[in-house]
Ligand binder design. Sequence first.
Ligand SMILES: Nc1ncnc2c1ncn2[C@@H]1O[C@H](COP(=O)(O)OP(=O)(O)OP(=O)(O)O)[C@@H](O)[C@H]1O
Ligand SMILES: [Mg+2]
Length: 370
Amino acid sequence: MNQELNHKSIHIIHLEDSVMDHDMVLRTLRHSGMSFYLTRIENLVDFFHTVSAVNFDVILADYQLPGFTAIDAWNGLQNQTKLPPFILFSGAIGEAAAVEAIKLGMSDYLLKDDVAKLPHVINRALAMQEARLTKERATTELAASEQRLAKFAEHLQTTIEEERAAIAREIHDDIGGSLAAIKFDLSWLGRHQNDPAAKTHIEAANAMLQHALGASQRIMMNLRPAILDQGLEAAVDWLAREFERRTGTPTTLRCNHGRTEISKPIQLTAYRTAQEALTNISKYAQCTEVRIELSDSENLLTLEITDNGRGILTTERTKPKAYGLKGLQERARTMGGWLDVSSSQAQGTSITLSIPLTAPPPTEGKEVHA
Ligand SMILES: Nc1ncnc2c1ncn2[C@@H]1O[C@H](COP(=O)(O)OP(=O)(O)OP(=O)(O)O)[C@@H](O)[C@H]1O
Ligand SMILES: [Mg+2]
């Protein structure tokens, strides 16, 4: 083994049986001013031992060595986690062998006759390796950051649902309780009052009270859809009827039942999807008809809400402060599903939620019961 040491060096492993060729490499690299540390190895056992025990930057390999080729050396490296640039530096080996070497993933091939180009070839291989590692690091960081974001979105959804359920409970217990007490007192007053003017006021107060009771029921329903206890179909049907009553737009619901059990979180995701899609339709679609299709056959829950309105413009899809559709997309992903938005101008919009029902959700979130 011959070694040449400079500080801040590139450590090059040179797989070479010819001392003369090794000296030629040494002279060329010295002449180029490169700072390097060159280790010559001539058999496979030493080679594998060195690459697993020592930190190095580049492998420079002759093609034909006694009893093995550079291909054997390369193949033996494949279980290494960190593969450094591997440059074939040899005499003529024929086009087929050179092509095979590059196909296998070796970094470069240089003829010994072109030794003057060696410093450039080594620097280029190192630069490419650095670029590859930087890209790999960026990809890993991006994947980790996406995972963090998905976890955060899931946590946010759970928190929102819990908060909604808590507000609904407060309305039910506090406001609902007070309104019920007022109703009781008003009817007592009505029974014990003979003055016609007072009776008119009591009737007006009763009408107002009915209005307040209806409003608090409606608000509670939006916050915490208790109707989900009767199943997803009943809940979506309730949304459709409410939407039709409020907007006057004819709305149909078609259901195709399988026998699959749908978990509460998935039902809630579907419910919130229908809710947001219908809210968007009432705000933007300017349509004359809405169709909702709900199917849970073949272990896939699909919910499609289609309008025949003006469609979503391409620019509107990337509106910075619009979170409805993005939120639905994130919610679907949390449940292991996906959301498709298809729309063309003046031909309406279709929002389709799909969630596989057999596979469990990929992340374990707290169950939020509606
Ligand atoms: N059914 C639809 N018909 C026409 N345009 C739509 C429809 N649904 C959504 N859009 C357009 O797509 C945009 C994005 O919708 P999204 O629900 O994501 O956000 P938003 O409703 O504007 O705000 P947010 O839902 O956060 O309150 C809307 O602003 C609107 O321009
Ligand atoms: Mg919206």
